[in-house]
Structure formats: C-alpha cells, structure tokens
Ligand binder design. Structure first.
Ligand SMILES: Cc1cc2nc3c(=O)[nH]c(=O)nc-3n(C[C@H](O)[C@H](O)[C@H](O)COP(=O)(O)O)c2cc1C
Length: 668
C-alpha cells in the first residue's frame, strides 16, 4: 500500500452489489468504484489500482479483461465467476486472480486476491495513475511542505502579483537573497527590474515584458547586478499562475546563476571568433604571399610582395623588411608598405646599439619577436620618432630564416589590440619561412637570375694576401687585370705593376701559394705579370663562393677590393669569412647595382650599339663571306672592294669591331 491511501478498485458488474463484494471496503484498505458496463469504466481505468470483473448477465468478464489489457497490460484484473469454464478463458486472457463466485468464503477470497494482485503489480503503478502522494499528507501539511520546499530551494524563486501596478514581488526565497544580496525587506514590494544594469540585454528585458503582458511563460539569460554591484549571468524562467477563474493573477519566477557556464561559453566563442578572424585574415594572407612568391623572380620582388601583402591585411598598419648591411653594421630597409609613409632612412637600425629592438633580436636569434606590452612599446616608439605610441598595439619582428641563414627580418606594426596572438604568430612565422625559402631558391639560381648585384668595397692591410705584402715590401703599386681559372684548380692572376720587374719576380718567389710568376709585357713603364697561384688563393676562394672580383688596387701595402656578389648572397657571411682569414680587412661600402643586360639578345644588342655602322658591316661581311674559316675564299681586298673602301681602312674597321666584341665578351 502506498502511504495511507486505500487501493482504488473498480468493480464492473451488471446488477446490484454481488455478495463477494460485501465487506470489501470494511477495513479501509480498499475503496470501491462500481460501474455496470465495461465501456463506462474506460475513463476511470487511469485512476484504478485494480479491476474486479464480476461475470454475469450483461458483463462478459473475459471481454472486460481483454479490454483492460489493451489499455494497460499490467493493471491487475480479478475475475469473479460462477461458471468455472470462464476461469480457463480468463487465465488464457491473462487474468491476475480468479475467484469462484459460488464459494462460501468468496468475499474473503476476493479481498485476499485483490490485495495480492495489487501487491504483485509494479510499484510505480500508483504514480502512473497520476496519484499525488503529497495530498495524502492532508491540506495543512501539504502546504507547509510545499512552502518549505520553495523557501529552501537551491534556486531563486520569486512570486509577483500580476494584478497590482508594476507587478511587484510578493515573495522571494532564501536563494534569491543569497544570489542577489538583496534582503526580503528590500525586494518585496518592488518590480524585479532593479537587478538590471547598463549591460543587461534590452532584448531579453523586452522578452520578459512581452511575456508578462501576454500572461505567458518565458525563459531568458541576461546580465543582472548584485547589491554590491558585481554582475552575474541570470537565467530567469517565468510562468503565469492562474486564479480560480482562469485569469493570470501571479507569476512565478526562477533565478539561476549561470555565470560560470556563460563565461566558459563566451571564452569559447571569443576563441572561435579570434580563430575565425585569424583564418580569414591570416590564412588568406599566407596563401596570397605564397602565390606571389612562386611568381617572384628576384629578391627585391620577394621582399616587396611580402610587405605589400602583409600591409594589405586589415590588421597590420605598416610592414617592412630589413637586411643586414655589414659596412655600417646596420639593418637597412629594402622594402616597405602600409598606411604610414616612413622614409627608408628612418627604418635603419644600428645592430651594435639597438640590441633591444625586436628586429635586432629576431635577426640575432632567428626567432620571431612580439611586443605588446604598452611600456615596452612606448619605449620603442620613443626611439623611433615615426612610431606613434598612442595608437600602437603591437610590433612583431619575424626572421626570414632558411636553415642556418637569416636573410633579413620582416617587421610589422599594428594598432589592433586583438592581434598578434599565438595563432597569428604561427602564421607570420610561416610567412617568414616561405619568404626565406623563396630567397634561398633564387640565390641558388633555381629561379631566374637576379636583376641586380651587390657591390662591396673592402680595404685590407693584411699581409697574408701576397699582393698586399708584395706592394708593402717592394713599394710597387699593383692593379688587378683579371684571372683565368684552370681545371687543375690553379688560377692565373694578371696584375699590372709599376715597380721594377726583377724585384717583383724575385719577391714573388717567396710566397708559398705562388707556383710561378712571369712578366708578360711592358709598356708605359708598367709591367703585366702573370702569377700562377694555388686554389686556396683569394680569387679562388671567392670564386667558390660565387663572388666576382671587380677590381683590386694595391698602393703602399693597402689593398682596395671591389667585389660583386649576386644580391642574394649573404654579404655578412662573405665579409665574416674574409675577416676570419685576413683579419686586417674592413668593409667600406655595400650597394646594390643594376646588373648589365644578361640575356643573349640583350648582350648582342649591347655590342651592336657599341659598333659603328661601318664596323658592324665590316664584321658581318667577314663573317658571312667565310673570312674566318680555315680555307677562306674571301680576301680583305674583296671585302674592302665590296664596301667601296681601301684595304687598310677595311682592316681598321674590322679590327675595331673585333676588339669591341672581344672586350664585351671578357667583361661580360
Ligand atoms: C516572476 C518574475 C521574475 C523576474 N525576475 C527577474 C530577474 O531575476 N531579473 C530581471 O532582470 N528581471 C526579472 N523579471 C523581469 C522584470 O520584472 C520585468 O518584467 C522586466 O524588466 C520587463 O519589464 P520592464 O520593461 O517594465 O522593465 C522578472 C519578472 C517576473 C514576472
């Protein structure tokens, strides 16, 4: 038995109360409802714990049983019948208990069977049947329990009077007091909106307003403020309460603190948003940069494209690339782009002084540097007058590193506080790597040759260089006239010198890396020497590193060298190498110069432009007439005749043309 409630038994019988039913209710354990027809009983089955079908005229107990089973297969059904053949049909149809009507103790047996059937039925039967055990407590106790439950509920509970102006609260529970910090004496009598403040969502408030006006329920999440002013996220559920006439007289409201969940959600949302922005901005950027890099055919194009693309991203206001210039020990800007107009000279950073500059650290460590700390930013801005500390939100310096080599640094400035987070730094690092890879590929000549070269001027007093020592010892001035690299690794170096031929030849014999020396010709008091040197001589070592010697002039033991590197070569590495080997060497200047035309067509065009028309004609006639073939048929006379000039004049034109051609060939 559930609580103190009697079992509700529905009896279906045709005529007046049959004998076995007499006294069934006597001990209060069973409460009877009697129906004379099974179809009348249908609506009552939901509130029934047990059905008793009394077989007789007008009531087919087995039919009743079948009907009940359709409604609820578990509901206990006890069949009472005089006809024992009904018993077997009833058993087949799933009867719970059977009581023979004629038996002398039928009433007792029925009582016992009903109790047994109810006891055997599933325990949640009475719940399923919609019973409210709290009602069993009696009205006073029930109300007291309900009040305590609401008072002590772990969520805020409020009741407002919908019939009074401005819907004041007439009840708040303890949890509401704890949640909001407001006492009952303050809150009761007021509309709940005092919890709202400047950041409460007006849409959520309007939704509550509309629900109150329409007498409907609503559920919103909005920011509320405690008595001490601290905000919290409140989930407010309100529902109308109706009076006896069905009119909305009150509203009940539940308040739940969902701040933790909301903050976690907002954090996830912020991260997602950041990431989405980043993906839009930055991933597009990486793609754009890489597309440009594939197209780029020179280092300057790479540098320009990277700056343009980075500055084109909304987030960055200004971007520039600096590369090291060892002659002035500085990072100098080679490309820049963005919203700010900054003179290139202002972007120069002294490598020896400005250790704290992000670009310098990035260059030295090969690691990206990011500065977002306002104090550091304003210090950096004070050192770079073109930077506006007030707007600046961040600076990043990304090394353009490939393997061990750092070609330069991409620096960028932003006024957007939300940028330079970890994701973004990773993408910028990837851009730096992509740029460095492209530069490296260009350097190695995998892409098309560069359009300019870097020319550096160095001075040396290092007597480890034979020409410096030779000049110092003999007082002669020497000028480099070119070199021929032989297959065995030795190099023929041609120097013109103004000293005595013998003195120089004698002195030359003292150098271990000079294999032989001889004078080739003398004119105007100068002698042309040929020195055969070993492969570890300066020109050989430079040639190995792709460095071309443009000129060497040695006067009084001081050598001035002009060297040409493909722009993509690492000037720093070359200079450091030279200084390591010849310590008394210094770099004087470094500059980028346009390369002379380098394609075949440009080369031909260049020579043609140097020849006069007559020289070109003389040369072409000689060439096409087979003048240069071994068994030549054409003679100088015939060619001169064909041009209507004398033989001597023809040869003069031809020689001049040949000289220019050969000059161009070797200088090239
Ligand atoms: C039962 C009930 C409880 C409410 N609880 C809150 C609450 O906890 N926080 C809140 O900001 N608003 C709450 N409100 C909403 C306000 O009382 C008010 O209805 C809402 O501000 C819209 O009305 P207004 O536009 O006149 O301010 C509750 C409303 C009802 C009916």
């Amino acid at each position: 038995m559930t609580g103190t409630r009697p079992h509700r038994v529905l009896v279906i019988e045709a005529g007046g109360t049959s004998d076995p039913l007499a006294g069934l209710e006597a001990d209060g354990e069973i409460a009877l409802t009697v129906a004379s027809r099974s179809d009348e009983a249908g609506s009552q089955l939901a509130d029934t714990d047990c059905v008793v079908a009394v077989h007789g005229e007008g009531v087919d107990a087995v039919a009743v049983l079948t009907q009940v089973r359709e409604f609820d297969p578990e509901l206990p059904v006890v069949v009472v019948a005089a006809d024992l053949t009904v018993a077997s049909d009833a058993v087949a149809a799933g009867v719970s208990e059977f009581v023979p009507a004629e038996s002398p103790d039928a009433a007792d047996r029925l009582h016992g069977r009903v109790l047994a059937a109810v006891a055997a039925s599933p325990p949640d039967r009475s719940d399923k049947a919609g019973g409210m055990p709290i009602e069993d407590l009696g009205v006073t106790e029930e109300l007291r329990l309900k009040k305590r439950a609401i008072d002590e509920a772990p969520v805020g509970v409020t009741i407002i009077d919908a019939t009074r102006p401005d819907e004041p609260m007439i009840y708040i529970n303890d949890a509401f007091e704890r949640l909001t910090g407001y006492s009952k004496s303050f809150a009761v009598g007021r509309n709940c909106r005092f919890l709202q403040g400047e950041a409460s969502d007006p849409d959520a408030v309007a939704e509550l307003r509309a629900a109150v006006d329409a007498g409907e329920s609503a559920s919103v999440e909005l920011l509320n403020y405690r008595k001490d002013g601290t905000p919290f996220w409140n989930r407010v559920d309100i529902a109308p309460v109706h009076d006896a006439d069905g009119e909305v007289s009150h509203f009940v409201g539940f308040q739940m603190d969902i701040t933790d969940r909301k903050e976690a959600e907002m954090q996830v949302k912020r991260e997602r948003e950041d990431l989405r922005h980043l993906l839009l901005r930055i991933d597009g950027l990486l793609q754009n940069v890489t597309e440009e890099l594939v197209e780029a055919q020179s280092r300057s194009t790479v540098e320009g494209a990277v700056c343009e693309q980075v500055a084109a991203a909304d987030t960055y206001d200004f971007a520039w690339i600096s590369v090291p210039d060892r002659s002035i020990d500085s990072l100098v800007a080679t490309a820049s782009a963005g919203e700010w107009a900054v003179p290139t000279a202002d972007l120069e950073i002294d490598l020896t002084v400005d250790e704290s500059m992000p670009a310098v650290s990035a260059y030295r460590t090969g690691e990206p540097q990011t500065v977002t700390d306002p104090t550091v930013l304003s210090r950096l801005a004070s050192e770079s007058p073109w930077l506006d500390a007030a707007d600046l939100a961040g600076i990043a310096a990304i090394p353009l590193s490939y393997g061990e080599t750092t070609y330069g640094v991409l620096s960028l400035c932003t006024t957007d506080m939300a940028t330079l987070n970890a994701h973004e730094q990773a993408v910028l690092k990837a851009i730096g790597r992509a740029a460095a890879t492209a530069i490296n590929a260009l350097e190695r000549g995998r892409l098309i040759a560069s359009d300019s070269v870097t020319r550096i001027e160095i001075q040396t007093r290092d007597t480890g260089l034979f020409f410096v020592d030779l000049s110092e010892r003999t007082g002669a001035s020497l000028a480099y006239n070119g070199a021929v690299y032989r297959d065995d690794g030795s190099v023929l170096l041609f120097f013109e010198a103004d000293g005595g031929t013998d003195t120089i030849l004698e002195a030359a014999a003292d150098y271990a890396n000079i294999v032989s020396a001889e004078s080739l010709s003398e004119y105007d008091g100068n002698t042309l020497f040929e020195f055969v040197v070993t492969d570890d001589s300066l020109p050989g070592l430079l040639a190995e590193r792709g460095v071309r010697i443009d000129s060497i002039d040695v006067v009084d033991g001081i050598g001035s060298l002009e060297l040409e590197l493909s722009t993509e070569s690492d000037v720093r590495a070359i200079v450091e190498y030279l200084q390591g080997r010849y310590p008394k060497t210094e770099i004087f200047s470094q500059r980028r110069v346009e390369q002379p035309p380098s394609t075949r067509r440009a080369f031909v065009g260049e020579i043609k432009s140097r020849l006069t028309e007559r020289q070109l004609t003389a040369l072409r006639k000689a060439h096409v007439s087979g003048f240069y073939e071994q068994n030549r048929t054409a003679t100088g006379d015939t060619l001169a005749d064909s041009m209507d000039i004398g033989r001597a004049t023809y040869h003069q034109h031809l020689r001049a043309a040949e000289r220019k051609l050969v000059d161009a060939f070797f200088n090239q």
